[in-house]
Design a protein. Structure first.
Length: 300
């Protein structure tokens, strides 16, 4: 596929540049402690992740080239304490990174010779073309090396996000920063973009897709446009959602406007478990979006 529309963040050399990679690696030495990429990606104290994030930006470009289209990086440590952070890759499919590439993540994060490791990965995966460009037409990394990047609300996430971008830049790829999002939103954007899902292929499209599905779930469907009558809405009690002071609160407030609902102006951290605690029966959905805090654990 070509350059991703709206990718204003594209920057860096035209293709793989060994001297450029060495330059960035020298600026960000790796810690003495080895890191291991597992099911949750990398996760540890944020001060150990600078070199890792730089290098995973590079690896993400290689993975995108191998798949022929964009992948994703999410900077988050889920429910870990605020001093921790982490990074995980979303594959071209929109799912988790293929398990066969986890060893490449670990190897590149811990190597003392980044360029040789990158060349080894390219040979193993049959993508040596990613390292070859003769100056005619777009390079492989510029043509296919798109990476969507999202992050949570931790204090360290912006710093680590920028290091991922530097790694992408060093490989001649292009970064698409989608800002503070939940992990499912990052996966959704990759999935929908690579399946050409039109108006769903964005962070706003995430809300639209869920809203469409939610209105179907509400039922009964009055017409093919999934319109639900006010009488239908009055019969339903509120839905309370605890966002645990994380990034989810920021986006659930926006989501609440998508399907005949309103945010709760006075959220109660201990909502009444009775069938209908809301004295106003009009809203079909009453969101309890507890305000987010950077000092609290962030929701992925």
């Amino acid at each position: 596929m070509g350059v991703i529309p709206g990718c204003e963040g594209r920057f860096g050399p035209e293709g793989f540049d060994e001297s450029n990679i060495k330059y960035y690696v020298a600026l960000t030495p790796r810690p003495e402690k080895d890191l291991v990429y597992g099911t949750a990606g990398f996760r540890c104290n944020n001060e150990l992740l600078d070199a890792c994030c730089l290098r995973m930006g590079m690896l993400a470009v290689l993975r995108a080239v191998s798949q022929g289209g964009p992948v994703g990086i999410m900077v988050t440590a889920s429910h870990n304490g605020p001093a921790d952070n982490g990074l995980k890759l979303a594959d071209y499919s929109g799912g988790m990174l293929d398990a066969s590439w986890e060893k490449h993540c670990t190897a590149l994060a811990n190597t003392d010779d980044v360029v040789s490791c990158i060349r080894d990965i390219c040979r193993q995966e049959g993508i040596t073309s990613a390292l070859e460009w003769e100056g005619v037409g777009p390079s492989p990394t510029k043509r296919h090396g798109g990476v969507f990047i999202g992050r949570d609300t931790r204090d360290s996430s912006s710093r680590l996000n920028e290091l991922c971008k530097q790694g992408i830049k060093a490989m001649g790829g292009h970064a698409i920063d989608i800002g503070v999002v939940t992990t499912p939103q990052l996966h959704h954007v990759v999935y929908s973009h690579n399946r050409h899902e039109g108006e769903w292929a964005s962070v706003d499209g995430y809300f639209k897709k869920i809203s469409d599905a939610y209105l179907i779930l509400l039922g009964p469907i009055k017409d093919t446009n999934y319109n639900v009558t006010k009488a239908d809405l009055k019969q339903r009690g509120p839905l309370w959602i605890d966002c645990a002071n994380g990034v989810g609160a920021l986006h659930l407030q926006a989501e609440s406007t998508s399907h005949h609902s309103r945010p709760n102006p006075n959220p109660n951290p201990n909502p009444d478990p009775s069938p209908n605690p809301n004295p106003n029966p009009n809203p079909s959905l009453l969101f309890s979006c507890f305000s987010h805090s950077q000092t609290s654990s962030a929701v992925p």
